[in-house]
Design a protein around this ligand. Sequence first.
Ligand code: ATP
Length: 216
Amino acid sequence: MHVIYGGTFDPIHHGHLRLALEISDRLGVDQVSLVPCHIPPHRGDTGATSEQRLKLLELAVTGEVQLRVDERELRRAGASYTADTLRQLRQELGPEAPLAMVVGTDAFAGFDRWREWRQIPELAHVIVVRRPGPGLDPDGEPARMLAERAVRDASRLHDQPGGLMLELDPPLLDISATGIRERIGDGRSPRYLLPDPVWQEIRRLGLYGACPDGNF
Ligand code: ATP
């Protein structure tokens, strides 16, 4: 099964990386593809450019065989829409290959505002990872879609190309990219929240207000 995990990754951190490995283990897949989005349609400007975020991702997965980076959204002009990415992958993998995308409940809560959101489960399985926070509106469209398509057993996803939804509740690290950017901006160290080579590169490039010749 081909599994993609998309995000802004501004910057990539241990919360993302740990979750990607958990998914790979729980679904019994060899690799999970991290897909940085180019121009996030639902967000403001990112703190680092697409190329810089990509560089940080590549440093983060170096030497980790269970993770890879898929740059396709950065190579496409314009906004990154998940439906376009899944359609492209579906064409490459063929109609029968199981394909799944990972999304946190925070992002899934606004799923009905994503472009072509009703088409997305026709193209792939959706793995919804429970994150702390308000959760889904039980009367909302995303919760309804999840209830209609939900399976309990992760192995079911291997049996068909798409169409199913799986809720997972893996242990999560309480780390956010926003918190890391704020910390760096305030002159505090973000070490141990993200891989050291990523932090070194952030400093080298002076991203998020980092001082290249600071103390840490
Ligand atoms: P920001 O703070 O800038 O919103 P973020 O840390 O939430 O960033 P994103 O790039 O927006 O990271 O997230 C990409 C995906 O990773 C989303 O589906 C989000 O739910 C999930 N995610 C973010 N942080 C964590 C974490 N600590 N553990 C597990 N999943 C996470």
